[in-house]
Write a protein that binds this ligand. Sequence first.
Ligand code: ATP
Ligand code: MG
Length: 561
Amino acid sequence: MTQQATTHIATIEGEYNLSNYDEIRENFDWSDAKELLSAAKTGKINAAYETIDRHVAEGYGDKIALHYMNEDEKRSYTFKEVKDQTDHYARILKEHGVTKGDRVFVFLPKTPECYIAILAAIKVGAIAGPLFEAFMEEAVRDRINDCAGTLLITDQELVKRVPKDDIPSLETILFVEDIEKEPLQPVDGDKYVEWVDWEDGLIIHYTSGSTGKPKGVLHAHRAAQHHIVTGKWVLDIKDDDVYWCTSHPGWVTGSVYGLFAPLLNRATVVIQGGRFSAENWYSLIEELGVTIWYSAPTAFRMLLSKGDLYKQFDLSSVRHVLSVGEPLNPEVIQWAWKSLNVRIHDTWWMTETGGHLIVNLPAEKIKPGSMGRPFPGVQVGILDEEGNELPRGEVGQLAVRTPWPGLMKEIWGNKDKFKSYFQYEGWYISGDLALQDEEGYVFFQGRNDDMINSAGERIGPFEVESKLIEHPAVEEAGVIGKPDELRGELVKAFITLRAGYEQSDELLEEIRLYVRKNLSAHAAPREIEVMDELPKTKISGKILRRQLKALEIERNNKVKN
Ligand code: ATP
Ligand code: MG
């Protein structure tokens, strides 16, 4: 696995160059991943060193590591400059007594300083705790308290949302404004690097909270093996790539695939500040010549709803596009293929898995509606309630053979929760439902809790949602099982309408019949409700079926009382 083929892809399903990827599938071994890190030679590991300093030591100090773009601001940093900056932050952290294993939180907008602060914490051996910039007081408090963070790096603006008095463990708050004022004292070599064990804590990420209280997932430095190898084969990073992941490092995608994986592979990373706007996104791609772009279905759906806007921009630099976080509707894949002339490569993984597990490799066939195939070296199982493997084509619990390098080390302070992922010997249980076809492609069917059981039939909400948004009037859809005395549950859809459509009984009936005709009678929603907006998790933008369901149950109880 040394050479990477140039890929040529003519359609979503055919005419791609498979040669080199067949080799990876056959010969890959996780120990190959380790070989990509300098630690394989030196025996010394620190993921921050591997991400930045190593490239400087290897002679790439002048290469651009970061491009930062905000409305009226544009800055770039070379790898050497990022090294100097992380040393600067690391020195200050050490002056404040930070030692190995301390939880150092970073609460900053998406700026270079945010990335640098995270790397500096890791460099000195602390466990980095990145927080999403839109968190309000309660979210900040709960997370820092959960793992007893001792130091926080923030700025004068965001500190207003840090309720210090309610966070007893927090000893120190540092402001980037002050850190930036101190004179830089560049050092050669690894003066501030704390060499650690592969099993030592690297970063703690809180899950998105789609199914309940966010869990504090602790990752170890060994995860760098997973990050570097998936960056190479799944993100397909080559030396002259300009790489943009739209997620904030406060989410696992924003750190693993926004920071570690691309920089471990020496890509130039784009950091985009400010809020989502289709115009700004397209123009950023054009201006910086983005070649690889990693985003989420909700963002792609928003771009889709802007119609022909893309025609005003030159997006020809983009050669590889990826998606994660929630089901990628076939409609969206077709739109991107027809209008943007790109294939969107879905990837499946979770905060807990620490890296990609099911992917669409760049030169393989994409089956719209499927998340792809297990990454080489990953073995997926579809299990029944007793933990037995089901035959291909049957829906069951999506499980993965343990271990792999990115797998979480623990759920902070919750051993029972951690154990619950491993209730069947040798398997990690994801909590998602899926089926795998004869060719190994995995099809997401919903979260275990989301599955609808109507008159004895199991219905996955995602399939119904995808069919709904194929209808020209439907912008987004969230489908749940509404409690029903006769059927147990009935299929209920919450939808938003596209601009230009007015709600009417005829329209809703037409939409219902569309699903009935094109998907199946038993899955067609018996009820459709139009909303102005669907409830979603913050920025990761996942549709909160849990909340829709809670709404229905509440209404139901009101009727009863
Ligand atoms: P919480 O665990 O707090 O309830 P969450 O599961 O949404 O929140 P994440 O770890 O951010 O937190 O998301 C992982 C989940 O996202 C997966 O279990 C799956 O349900 C969903 N997901 C991720 N990628 C995909 C994908 N490509 N297709 C469908 N679903 C996906
Ligand atoms: Mg989860």
